[in-house]
Design a protein around this ligand. Sequence first.
Ligand code: NAP
Length: 521
Amino acid sequence: MKLKSYLGGQWCDGAGDGAALTDPTTGEVLARASTAGLDLGAGLAYARDVGGPALRALGYGERAGLLGAIADVLKANYAAYVETAKANSGNTRADADMDISGAIFTLKYYARLGAGLGAAPYLVDGAPEPLSRDGDFQAVHVQVPRQGAAIHINAFNFPAWGLWEKAAVSLLAGVPVVAKPATATALLAHDMVRDVIAAGVLPEGALSLICGAVGDLLDHVDAQDAIAFTGSAATAASLRAHSRILETGARLNVEADSINASLLGPDAGPDSPEFALFVREVVREMTVKAGQKCTAIRRALVPAGVYEAACEALAARVGRIVVGDPRNEDVRMGPVVNKAQQSDVLATIDALLTETRRLTGDPDGFAPVGADKDTGCFVPPTLLACDAPEEAAKVHEIEAFGPVCVVMPYKDEDAAWSLVAAARGCLVASVFTADDDFAVRTAQALAPWNGRLLFVGDSIGKSHTGHGNVMPSCLHGGPGRAGGGEELGGMRGLAFYHQRTAVQGAQALISRLSGNGGEQE
Ligand code: NAP
């Protein structure tokens, strides 16, 4: 099967064989995708010229209704999507559910948020400000939907959630979407868009899809376009330097890789509930989606006094993870996404081993359940220990995008904070502690380096949503190395697709503008 792209309101075929999309458990080629010969510039213009006006003709409330309708289509096809995710992404049922239900949950969240904004055609940002002594000359800030297209370039690890978390925000903002899933796992994104288009729930031009390489798409961006990229820091760097993006000033949001940390508090001894919660979370983060999560815990920081106990407890729990064919219900972790990713992860583990020792994950001495080790793209869950993290560099710099985590000791809280910061910017850090004073100090020390902080004590041991889970009401993105981007976060996510403008004038005009806009809070 060759995946088609959906551009200019029709499904179109790229030329040639294109790239293969495989089943990472069996090696079977499931589909191919090519964009060769497609007029991507015309597709982008169609989104801008047809989809944009159609979406902006609706208010936020009506656009919120579109998100609800998309969620209904996806829900109706949930079971088929799970099978696709198992096949093309090597997902277990739980992995697939995280991706697909996460997409539906995020669409529904933004549908609810948008419903509250009613028929307003734009947003009002703050109260009017008097600018003259008599008060008649005033200013108000408005946020109006941008008139370009939203280009969404996604990573391979969340073909469903990555597509819809971005689309939910830009469609609600009134900006048409041109989505480009990563080719390796584009099958699920393709099937979802196919079903949504077939259901006829969106205005013409509101949603386009590119299956295959990005081609010359970015040579056609224009000043009002907004590009939201998720992927590696290396690809992000090439986008930041793209001459057309620089020339036009089109917006670019980057969600890149990061070496996230989880910190066990100095108060948490081996018998404390926080210690047990930490061990559970680190191992869960290592193994969910075979560790292919941008938010996964890559570094586990523990007080020097419990380093040995933590290594033992983590290794024991990792040792219980059943790896193999994700269709087998006993299996807890499937393969990584393809052979290229497998070689990349194994090579990165070798590089990390120059500064660490291996606690678990012998690549030669393990046998995946129900699958052939050589044909499949398996990597055993690999726990490494770094005894002198202050002297190490790679453990803070290179990302093994797979089931890999490095445990390291810290001597005091200042040392712990410095180690977290050594990764130069992360999406998320978590802290397991019962000491609220330490937590408050740590929040201030870690916030400049992280987009999200999770503090877990016994009282929320069962109710917290996890280190790696991205909640639509909370910001997703991180400073520095993590890309400096901001996605989601409720209303905050809409800003990227709006132009904020200060409007100055007489009080009567400013009051009218304020009254007609949607309230942001
Ligand atoms: P990638 O190789 O950078 O690819 C990401 C996307 O960019 C794909 O759709 C890819 O298309 C496209 N792309 C490749 N070259 C491009 C170019 N020159 N111009 C424009 N687009 C281009 O990353 P990946 O291997 O898919 O994803 C894994 C990485 O993403 C990891 O490092 C992970 O940490 C990071 N990630 C970050 C987040 C986050 O939210 N911060 C989330 C998930 C993943 P093709 O597939 O067609 O090559």
